[in-house]
Ligand binder design. Structure first.
Ligand code: NI
Length: 171
């Protein structure tokens, strides 16, 4: 099932998501499948459960955009345990469509997470994967990439979005 993507302005995006406590269930497997499907349909490389209105600590990433199944990553209850170096590049978010901004992030990132069975594993990524790992774990803390911008840039984007909301062209 393809879920609609929740857009900036919805409170679920700014709330800390709840930990997953039940693993290896048909519901969890289905939700993860639906998250991949929804992410590919929206042409994203990462999606966090709050972005489909579900406040749970689950994120999916595929920096190949569906080209390479071996790149599919499922992160349940993820935690960033290493964040080194710096990279600066353009970043966007499916929940903030139409905007892209330069964001400084770590260049090499390690996340510890659980898989669908509840087993712990670690994944290390560089460049785009490092960025995706940080962006998606931020979502689970209720943080959007806008929070990494200067106050000036952030306010500019907020004002543009408010105009779109007023015009009925948002969400
Ligand atoms: Ni996002």
């Amino acid at each position: 099932m393809i879920y609609p993507i929740v857009k900036y302005g919805h409170p679920v995006l700014e709330r800390k998501a709840d930990p997953v406590t039940e693993f290896d269930t048909p519901e969890l497997r289905q939700l993860i499948e639906d998250m991949f499907e929804s992410m590919y349909a929206a042409h994203g490389v990462g999606l966090a459960a709050p972005q489909i209105g579900i406040s749970k600590r689950i994120a999916v990433i595929d920096i190949s955009g569906g080209e390479d199944p071996s790149q599919r990553l499922v992160l349940i209850n993820p935690e960033v345990i290493r964040n080194e170096g710096r990279q600066r590049s353009e970043e966007g978010c499916l929940s903030v469509p139409g905007f892209r901004e330069e964001v400084t992030r770590g260049a090499r990132v390690t996340v510890r997470a659980q898989n669908v069975k509840g087993e712990f594993f670690e994944v290390t990524g560089e460049d785009l994967l490092a960025r995706a790992l940080l962006h998606e774990t931020d979502h689970l803390e209720g943080k959007l990439y806008l929070s990494h911008l200067s106050a000036l840039k952030r306010d500019l984007i907020r004002r543009k979005i408010r105009k779109l909301m007023k015009a009925g062209e948002w969400g």
